[in-house]
Design a protein around this ligand. Structure first.
Ligand SMILES: [Zn+2]
Ligand SMILES: [Zn+2]
Length: 268
């Protein structure tokens, strides 16, 4: 396996042929944090020891992949099974045998697509294993630390995949933040939101912030631009980046009440 170094706080893998920065660029940004005991690095070989991928069904044709025990941001990647080809939405750092065998048994991957840079993790490794493109919005090019040959930047408001699946640019949390819209997963469509729309613990609110861990609000103009891009999305179900961030059936109502909170707060 690749000896490229991986930040233990965010799980981002850096290119093997370059010196890593003193502090991880993703973590040293105001949206993230370097832990108090400083910067630490690991690699795939070390990460593999004692860890494996837990796979859970979220609904027909949607699965959660999560490293256990927790590593880095402890997010999940979402595997969408579709007749025209399967999509991995966001990544986890370690592609262990369990995850690889599961994906291959279900027809492999046609694409990896991202909500934003916090989950790029070891995307180049995953793309090499499944020989598929990785779709990243052009606005987040500067946050792409390791631009391997599978990385494909796209520009514009949305990027159509197949079977009606679309990557939709939203902005907000990152300039290139996106959601994945999958019409077939529920009656009115499902949004896989990453951190672009962050489902609160109560499940009665969806947050949109510059930083979630550091609790930094979005400037008003950026919220307005975000809302203009997202208000027309049709969906009834939403899955976020973390376990339990599942809003099944009532996601659009929660989205509407949450956005109205922001609209009132920003005096729009
Ligand atoms: Zn980091
Ligand atoms: Zn994030």
């Amino acid at each position: 396996m690749n000896k490229a170094l991986i930040c233990t706080t965010c799980g981002t893998q850096y290119p093997p042929d370059k010196q890593v920065p003193e502090l991880c660029i993703i973590c040293n940004d105001d949206r993230q944090y370097v832990t108090e005991d400083g910067q630490h690095w690991t690699d795939m070989e070390e990460l593999e020891r004692g860890r494996s991928t837990k796979i859970e069904v979220l609904c027909d044709n949607l699965y959660s992949l999560k490293t256990e025990p927790d590593f880095a941001l402890a997010n999940r990647a979402l595997f969408v099974k579709s007749p025209g080809g399967n999509v991995l939405w966001d990544c986890i750092t370690l592609p262990d045998k369990n995850a690889i065998d599961f994906i291959n048994a279900n027809g492999g991957l046609k694409a990896i697509a991202f909500s934003h840079p916090h989950y790029y993790s070891a995307m180049n490794e995953w793309a090499a294993i499944f020989n598929c493109p990785v779709y990243i919005h052009h606005n987040d090019s500067q946050w792409t630390m390791y631009k391997g040959k599978h990385i494909t930047l796209w520009n514009g408001n949305d990027f159509k995949l197949w079977d009606g699946i679309r990557i939709v640019h939203a902005g907000g949390h990152f300039p290139g933040s996106c959601v994945l819209h999958v019409p077939s997963l529920s009656a009115k469509g499902t949004v896989l939101s990453g951190d672009t729309l962050y489902i609160a613990r109560s499940k009665r609110h969806i947050a949109v912030m510059f930083s979630y861990p550091n609790q930094i609000l979005l400037p008003r103009n950026e919220f307005v631009a975000f809302y203009e891009k997202c208000k027309g999305l049709e969906f009834d179900t939403m899955y976020g980046a973390f376990v339990n961030q599942d809003l099944v059936g009532n996601a659009k109502q929660i989205f509407n009440t949450s956005m109205h909170r922001y609209i009132n707060s920003y005096g729009m």
